[in-house]
Design a protein around this ligand. Structure first.
Ligand code: ATP
Ligand code: MG
Length: 219
């Protein structure tokens, strides 16, 4: 099974993706984590990636296409499925991913797109208050100091500043918003309210997956 998490920055894709990954026993791929690791290196390619990320802009497809698709393909082939957070983010990326899934003989009934809906003021608040664990990459509120899973001192993301948050939300409206209609027309979309407790949202996702499966079996 293939699960794609979409929704604006701060909507909880990473948090819910990790929970789903444990439940489904499938690997978790975060485009943001993948890029942050690349951007942390000191070659010219990494420096280029870092420039876009620091401004809150998407990395152009010309730079990333092969790398993303290769990594995703590898994970699907070795584990039989995947949970993806943050890819696709544009219609072109969505089409590239669908071609890959087709080439791997994955049927439409095994593709689930989970869209998390969160009100914009809440997104600002969450991103402004966000910290992460540099070791296991889990997300926290920054008034917490230590990762509750591995005990590491928490950090803040350099793109979680007011100005860059605004740009990321603008990029989302401009380039990613249209994925809603695209995946809805393809029959893959499950729209989930992303406000409330983490556990409640996870249960709503579980329920939506079960209902979609029942719907598919009835066809
Ligand atoms: P969230 O708050 O849910 O983590 P986000 O968009 O704020 O979402 P990441 O997913 O961690 O943050 O992505 C961080 C940055 O990495 C983006 O601002 C963008 O520069 C780059 N990026 C991530 N995914 C993609 C992608 N699919 N295509 C192009 N650039 C991407
Ligand atoms: Mg994330």
């Amino acid at each position: 099974m293939i699960f794609l998490l979409i929704g604006p920055p701060g909507s909880g894709k990473g948090t819910q993706g990790r929970i789903l990954s444990e439940k489904m026993q499938l690997p978790f791929f975060s485009s943001g984590d993948f890029l942050r690791e690349l951007a942390g290196k000191e070659d010219s390619f990494s420096r280029q990636i870092r420039l876009f990320m620091d401004r809150g802009e998407l990395i152009p497809d010309t730079l990333m296409k092969e790398l993303f698709l290769l990594e995703i393909k590898k994970l699907i082939v070795t584990h039989g499925g995947i949970i993806i957070d943050g890819y696709p983010r544009t219609l072109d990326q969505a089409k590239d991913l669908e071609s890959l899934l087709l080439s791997l003989n994955i049927s439409d009934s095994n593709i689930y797109v989970i869209e998390l809906i969160v009100e914009v003021n809440e997104l600002y608040k969450r991103l402004n208050e966000r910290a992460f664990c540099p070791s296991c990459l889990r997300v926290f509120q920054f008034h917490e100091n230590i990762c509750n899973t591995c005990g590491t001192q928490l950090n803040r993301r350099t793109d979680d500043t007011m100005q860059v948050i605004e740009e990321r939300l603008r990029e989302y409206e401009l380039k990613s918003r249209s994925l809603h209609e695209y995946f809805s027309n393809r029959g893959f979309l499950m729209t989930i309210p992303g406000e409330g407790s983490i556990q409640d949202i996870a249960s709503t996702i579980d329920q939506a997956i079960k209902e979609k499966k029942v719907g598919i079996n009835k066809k």
